[in-house]
Write a protein that binds this ligand. Structure first.
Ligand code: CDP
Ligand code: MG
Length: 708
């Protein structure tokens, strides 16, 4: 097919979309008001078309059009699609930016990006002077960054003194959402106009299953069940593509493997109901997949072949795949939640909400009537599934966001205009943690260190460790570690038991090379060994390491180094001295960022955290310390995994000496005191009184001089 005919068909396709008939009115509506809420069913063309309409209407002559997405994959694939529709090279007029991957240029006027990226831009330029229109997309997903952007833009633009400061033309903000929350959004934005794109949807019949009941919240069984259902649909239903919802990469890969295996045994002469169906094309879809593979998802399958996409929740609203007639819904999703038992955010598999289940089912009725097969029981629906999904802002740690707000001059983070207020204890928790990292002082004011920390798109603890290393002149030890912890897991764990053994052996050997008792050091060593190898991809293959993940880590490390060097040049960067060996230096730096994750040996291999929760935690089998013989007394860890036990991963032994001065910080401010700090500016006198009172209360936390 020549380029022009392919383009023609794309153009025709886009004229078929529900949004097309409202083009002129929509463009006018954007021009007429500061805020506009646009709603429309998923797949009506909001994300791909509206920016193009605005571009055509000449809005870009003043500044760029920025469109945010809560998910990286959505930002990238949509930008690809739009570049194709506008017949330009990706990265020129149309580009994207996601964390650690900037595909834009001087020419970019239509810029897709993650909401987190726009939030970082607001930090550098609060009135977004380079933009003529900002479109916050997928607002119904209620991601943390989108919610904060909503509040910030409201605060900036509703105040006429702010709105024009630093800008020569007014900024327009479009807020897009799948129908649900239009009225609420409009009310939040001073009753701004709502533009509803009438949808066309077809009925979807939903059936409940028998496999997953309310007690089956452990996620083991549903993968098999989903596979069984997919094969059932494939053999007994008429032609039409299948979309399966699971929760994450490893599960999806397992399901795809099972499907391949089972699909091989189908005899198309006898086994299938619809004789026009001659084969099954199985495609995984998850966030960290290579982009060329993602593109395949959107292409129609060859004639006679049924496409079966096995996806995460990303296919529920952010991406629309044409031709889907059947949905298979596992009923689960992977979600970041604050876990009060361990006092940390953890990624966990939880039942989806009823509204989410309806959204999933709706994906089958876009072009004709469809069917949705839920593998869970009606009872599961009634007893285990909440009505709505709780917004991220009400269930995750706010540490990074509160620091961002404070750096933007929002001192009172409790009374910030939130669309839905987070619980006060989450805000207090964030303030407390920022205080512990020395990012804010007792009065809630951002410190010099806090100003440096906000520049890094990393967890504040990791940033703290990195900055400590930089001040000691040993950032080369921490930069690779920060990069490795920012990409997906680099260790491959094959499903086959024999291969698994082989991979484990190789990984253990890698750990041994770096001393064998420090998982952070292993990450550093893998990074360095691969980087210095002549054939890095072959090296990875040989050691069961994800080459793609490591390649990203190389790029992330360079980007972090750039940020650091920029800061070191521009500001009065702290400098310290240390005499001691490298291993100790490395671990001491880690302690500065991870002292909130310190645990002390309780009995055997069970450890007790020191953050006031006093949770009992176990070293995860993936750690090189798991079957280590040495006596460990004190350790720090990167994150936790909660199953039937609480496991800690990426572990490093430390000495009590190194944290003993830091540990009192975990307890020295109490939430109530910080709350009054957050509410009002405290006078010096009050502060001195308070500090004296606190000092009197403070008791040494641990008296034994443990050594490791
Ligand atoms: O944003 P909304 O859900 O309203 O729709 P959209 O994402 O703009 O999708 C409009 C159409 O573009 C759908 O028919 C998608 O199938 C198609 N599309 C595509 O083919 N490839 C992409 N990468 C993105 C969208
Ligand atoms: Mg969209």
């Amino acid at each position: 097919m020549s380029k022009s005919t392919r383009w023609d068909s794309k153009e025709n396709e886009s004229k078929q979309l529900p949004i097309y008939r409202h083009k002129a009115k929509l463009v006018q509506a954007v021009k007429d008001s500061t805020f506009l809420v646009v709603t429309g069913e998923t797949g009506s063309g909001k994300t791909t078309q509206l920016p193009q309409y605005l571009h055509e209407a000449g809005i870009c002559k003043n500044g760029k059009i920025g469109i945010t997405q809560p998910r990286r994959v959505a930002a990238i694939t949509v930008a690809q699609r739009v570049a194709q529709e506008m017949q330009c090279t990706l990265g020129r007029e149309v580009g994207y930016q996601v964390r650690f991957d900037d595909c834009t240029s001087q020419d970019t006027v239509v810029k897709y990006m993650t909401d987190g990226c726009l939030l970082r831009e607001v930090l550098a330029d609060p009135v977004l002077s380079q933009y003529s229109v900002v479109i916050l997309d997928e607002v119904h997903e209620r991601s943390l960054s989108t919610d904060i952007l909503l509040g910030l833009l409201k605060k900036v633009l509703m105040d006429p003194a702010n709105a024009t400061k630093g800008r020569s033309f007014p900024l327009k903000v479009v807020v897009m959402s799948a129908t649900l929350e239009a009225d609420k959004l409009s009310a939040f934005l001073s009753n701004c106009p709502v533009f509803a794109i009438p949808g066309r949807t077809f009925p979807v019949t939903c059936t409940f299953g028998t496999a997953v009941g309310p007690k089956d919240t452990e996620s083991t069984g549903y993968v098999k069940e989903v596979v069984k259902m997919a094969l059932d649909v494939h053999t007994s239903e008429m032609a039409g593509d299948i979309l399966v919802f699971l929760t994450g990469q490893s599960e999806i890969e397992r399901a795809c493997d099972l499907l391949y295996e089972k699909a091989e045994t189908i005899d198309y002469r006898y086994d299938v109901q619809d004789q026009t169906v001659e084969g099954l094309l199985i495609l995984p879809l998850y966030g960290s997949m290579p982009t060329d593979q993602q593109r395949q998802i959107f292409q129609p399958p060859p004639s006679g072949i049924r496409k079966c996409v096995v996806a995460t929740n990303i296919a529920a609203t952010s991406l629309t795949i044409s031709g889907i007639k059947y949905i298979i819904d596992s009923g689960f999703v992977k979600q970041l939640n604050h876990n009060s038992r361990v006092g940390m955010d953890i990624l966990e598999v939880v039942p989806i909400s009823k509204s989410e289940a309806q959204q999933r089912a709706g994906r089958a009725g876009r072009t004709s009537a469809g069917k949705c097969f839920r593998i869970y029981t009606k009872e599961f629906w009634e007893k285990s599934m909440p009505e709505y999904t709780v917004p991220e802002i009400q269930r995750t740690s706010l540490t990074a966001v509160v620091l961002t707000l404070k750096c933007l001059g929002v001192h009172d983070v409790i009374r910030f205009p939130y669309l839905d207020c987070p619980e006060e204890r989450f805000i207090l928790g964030a303030l407390k943690q920022l205080y512990q990292f020395d990012a804010i002082d007792r009065r809630g004011k951002v410190t010099r260190l806090g100003e440096l920390m906000v520049e890094f798109p990393l967890h504040p603890g990791l940033t703290r460790a990195l900055l400590k290393a930089a001040s000691l002149g040993c950032e080369d030890l921490l930069l690779p570690v920060a990069a490795m912890l920012s990409v997906e897991n680099i260790f491959i764990r094959p499903g086959h038991p024999e291969k698994q053994k082989e991979a484990d052996k190789k990984h253990r050997a890698l750990a041994a090379k770096s001393g064998g008792t420090n998982d952070f050091a292993t990450l550093l060593s893998v990074f360095q060994l691969c980087k210095s190898s002549d054939r890095p991809s072959a090296w990875c293959k040989d050691h069961w390491i994800h080459w793609r993940a490591l390649k990203s880590a190389f790029s992330v490390e360079i980007q972090l180094k750039d940020i650091l060097h920029r800061l070191q040049q521009k500001r009065d960067f702290p400098v310290e001295k240390f005499d001691g060996n490298k291993s100790e230096l490395f671990r001491r730096c880690l302690c500065t960022g991870y002292f909130t994750n310190v645990a002390r040996r309780s009995v055997g291999k069970v450890f007790c955290t020191m953050d006031g929760n006093g949770s009992m935690v176990h070293i995860h089998p993936s750690s090189s310390l798991f079957d280590e013989e040495v006596e460990l007394n004190w350790i720090i860890f990167h994150d936790v995994l909660v199953t039937s036990r609480v496991y800690i991963r990426t572990v490093c032994p430390i000495r009590y000496d190194w944290v003993k001065d830091l540990l009192p910080k975990l307890h020295e401010v109490d939430a109530y005191e910080l709350s009054s700090v957050a509410r009002q500016e405290v006078t010096d006198e009050e502060m001195i009184k308070w500090e004296t009172r606190e000092a009197a209360k403070r008791q040494p936390e641990v008296s034994t001089e443990d050594i490791m």
